[in-house]
Design a protein around this ligand. Structure first.
Ligand code: HEM
Length: 520
């Protein structure tokens, strides 16, 4: 077989299925045999004997899980290639599993050989639970907790004002401008560096991380990782593309960590007034810093930029979309701003508590279209129990944040954008479900909260958003784990899928690797 894009996809896919079937049957038997059987797993779609579900939903999967939930309940279990998956559809169950049993549900499913090839230990979001995660999370927390995040506000103000000044004259699309804003705030804060567009090399590396990772967040898609020896397959062999993709990720992680790091060290040498988080951390007792500590700081910078890139962009783009569709909401917010601040005045962070309607808009943005509708997958390190069911050790657990923020029993007309629903609620960041759960809750949420709120308030105070061309809201959103492309060209989710099938996802993934010349 030739190592070429011209290889027939049908031959490829049938071989892939055969291999997957053999491997997964073995895995299925092993996992079935070792599965504790005193209690049943939660109900869910069964798929094939031992193999489990051949197909998992890849197109807006959160909607399929809501449908499954109507049949199976709010905790759904399925297996794929011998791996156990649980999807949680309700806040009550998320509290019972991810919060109250957090000591056993705070892992990430990144223990395979492929995960090691990808170097997932470099990012806090993907490093397995344990001492490595604790040290990394501690460093992140010290620099991005509520109090520390206040330090970045002057940069947020500067960059949001720059964004507003350029918004009408920029040659970039609105999405690219918002994407640039989301990243520049982080580059400036962490490294003291400015990017001019989201197409800059440094910026592109951060986005490549997101793109290569996108499907990994969808429950069941990454089940192939458990197939024995998959990391050893040559690139031309069916399934060999997974190794290539994971090697690519390692390269991208490295480039994203080393590039801005090197530039910051240079800037520190050349400019004695250079200020940034990295410079601050390096100047604190530099002689006592071990190589491990230096690596951790370096990786934290890369993680911060990558984590902020598409999430913050998604939230701000969602805000633009909502304002274009709900002009009355926009008017009401502008009246509040005019009354509290005076017409044409831009807000400051000190004004936040005096602007309850603007606050409600921010909270509704986070509810209406959460940036990561199925969050990031948690891993289960022990057998745990919930309402008479067992969730076996090793299960990949996903919180369907979308289902929780569109729960009709809690939110009247959940598909509509109604900020008023938050007006009499206590303003507590920890109640924003879009930031996730338990010990793996978003480590950058205070800064994300500041940046997103400040952008929303400043845009409302200075601009009027007119209507966007498309009537169908869902058309503005991509199908994968990340959201939104205002121009409808699916910039966030790198694969357009036309069928709800795991195999289609694999084929689309191979096509993507070919199209980017990533298959060698
Ligand atoms: C609107 C913007 C953002 C949203 C909606 C968001 C959402 C999330 C979610 C859902 C998770 C997974 C939580 C879980 O596993 O249950 C997460 C993890 C994470 N986020 Fe954010 N995020 C945002 C912005 C940011 C920013 C700006 C940073 C960096 C300063 C950041 C850093 C992280 C990190 C490091 C993790 C991994 C934490 C861990 O695994 O221990 N995020 N985020």
């Amino acid at each position: 077989m030739m190592d070429t894009p011209h290889m027939s996809l049908s031959v490829f896919s049938s071989t892939l299925i055969t291999n997957a079937l053999i491997f997964s049957t073995i895995l299925g038997i092993l996992s079935y045999v070792r599965r504790p059987c005193q209690l049943p797993c939660p109900p869910g779609p069964k798929g094939y004997w031992l193999l489990g579900l051949a197909k998992v939903p890849l197109i807006k999967p959160w909607l399929t899980y809501i449908e499954w939930g109507k049949k199976y309940g709010d905790v759904i279990h399925f297996t794929r290639f011998g791996r156990h998956y649980v999807v949680i559809n309700s806040l009550e169950a998320a509290n019972g599993i991810l919060e109250r049993q957090a000591q056993f549900t705070s892992d990430r499913p990144t223990h395979s050989k492929l995960d090691q090839i990808a170097d997932f230990e470099r990012t806090l979001a993907t490093i397995p639970y344990g001492n490595g995660w604790r040290a990394y999370r501690k460093l992140f927390h010290q620099n991005f907790r509520a109090k520390a995040s206040i330090e970045y506000r002057p940069i947020e103000v500067k960059q949001v004002h720059k964004f507003l000044n350029g918004i009408n004259s920029s040659k970039m699309s609105l999405r690219d401008q918002v994407s640039t804003l989301s990243q520049i705030v982080m580059f400036d804060s962490v490294y003291g560096l400015e990017i001019s567009t989201n197409k800059d090399d440094m910026s592109q590396h951060a986005r490549d991380i997101i793109e290569l990772n996108d499907l990994q967040f969808i429950p069941g898609w990454e089940a192939f990782k458990g197939i024995p020896f998959i990391d050893l397959l040559p690139s031309w062999f069916p399934g060999g593309h997974y190794r290539i993709a994971h090697e690519m990720l390692a390269e991208v992680f490295k480039a994203a960590a080393e590039g801005p790091w090197g530039q910051t060290l240079k800037a520190m040498e050349e400019d004695e007034n250079h200020s940034s988080l990295i410079a601050k951390l390096l100047s604190e007792s530099p002689q006592n810093k071990s190589n491990e500590e230096i690596e951790l700081i370096k990786n934290m910078g890369m993680q911060a930029v990558a984590a902020a890139a598409d999430t913050t962009m998604s939230a701000i783009c969602t805000f633009f979309l909502a304002m274009s569709l709900y002009p009355d909401v926009q008017l009401k917010a502008q009246q509040e701003l005019d009354t509290v601040l005076g017409r044409g005045q831009t807000p400051t962070f000190d004004d936040r508590s005096s602007l309850p309607y603007v606050e409600a808009i921010y909270r509704e943005v986070m509810r209406w279209h959460p940036a990561l509708p199925v969050g990031l997958p948690h891993g289960c390190t022990e057998d745990i129990y919930y309402k008479g069911y067992i969730i076996p050790k090793g299960t990949v657990i996903s919180a369907n944040i979308w289902a929780m923020t569109h729960d009709e029993s809690k939110f009247d007309k959940p598909d509509e954008f109604i900020p008023e629903r938050h007006l009499d609620q206590k303003s507590d960041i920890n109640s924003i479900l879009a930031y996730g759960f338990g010990r793996r809750i978003c480590a950058g949420r205070y800064m994300a909260d500041d940046t997103t709120w400040f952008a929303i308030a400043s845009i409302l105070a200075t601009k009027s958003i007119s209507s966007l061309p498309n009537e169908n809201v869902e058309d503005y959103f991509s199908d994968g784990s990340f959201w939104i492309d205002i121009e409808l060209n699916f910039g966030c989710c790198f694969i357009e899928l036309d069928q709800e099938s795991g195999l289609q996802g694999d084929i689309a993934f191979v096509k993507y690797l070919w199209s980017r010349n990533l298959v060698r």
